[in-house]
Design a protein around this ligand. Structure first.
Ligand code: SF4
Length: 224
């Protein structure tokens, strides 16, 4: 049974329930690939620059680095806001904030950047790799949980920054407080499908080629 979740867990489940079982319930190793490691590297650089740990963006000699210097103005503006960075928080089943590691943590979230701005709360998520329509759903969840964390805010303004494409490439989502309850109800229902699953059927598809549990990689699955 999967009864604690994050957006990434839910996406894994929805792409293939059996993969979620292998990874989350059976805890089989699922090593991060090079794309994930690359994303982690640039998240860390931006966290340290915006947080003032790094006085300047470090020179990057890696092949195909994202054009981070083009973000300097935006990053410097973020520095001024003194946002929370890589902020970890969890929510109970009643969507109340709780500690990330608390026993009653049900939904977990990590915000790359979050800060209040008058009657708004702003969330920024750094993305490496290509834009995807799925990202809009993730922004909706960020927006809803950000409004819970900031009861004074009337609006949540959330954006993905696609680092490989430059500062013009963003995906934005706005949620007003009067839409919050509907969003939470929808996400609760969506998660319930995963929570009540006892079969975890395989859902083979093109995504099998990235799956560590695929047959051709020596994994336990009969597919892939
Ligand atoms: S190989 Fe495909 S069907 Fe098998 S667990 Fe992985 S994603 Fe699911």
């Amino acid at each position: 049974m999967i009864n604690k979740w994050s957006y990434s867990r839910l996406k894994t489940y929805e792409s293939c329930p059996q993969k979620a079982k292998y990874k989350i319930i059976d805890k089989l190793p699922d090593p991060a690939g090079p794309a994930a490691a690359r994303g982690t590297k640039y998240h860390k650089i931006l966290e340290e620059y915006v947080g003032g740990v790094l006085p300047a963006l470090p020179p990057d000699l890696a092949p195909n680095p994202p054009p981070l210097p083009a973000y300097l103005d935006k990053l410097n503006a973020l520095r001024e806001k003194k946002p929370k960075l890589e902020y970890q928080i969890a929510f109970t089943r009643e969507w109340k904030p709780t500690d990330f590691f608390a026993d009653n943590a049900w939904a977990r979230a990590v915000y790359d950047v979050i800060y209040p701005n008058k009657y708004e709360v702003q969330v920024i998520d750094y993305k490496t790799g290509r834009p995807s329509p799925d990202h809009l759903q993730q922004l909706e969840l960020y927006a809803a949980t950000a409004l819970i964390l900031h009861p004074e805010a009337e609006l949540a303004m959330c954006a993905d920054w696609y680092l490989d494409n430059g500062p013009h490439s963003t995906l934005e989502f706005v949620l007003a407080r009067n839409g919050l309850q509907d969003v939470l109800t929808r996400w609760t229902a969506r998660v319930q499908v995963m929570e009540t699953d006892t079969v975890f059927p395989a859902r083979p598809g093109r995504h099998c080629s990235y799956c560590a549990f695929a047959k051709k990689k020596g994994g336990p699955c009969q597919f892939g």
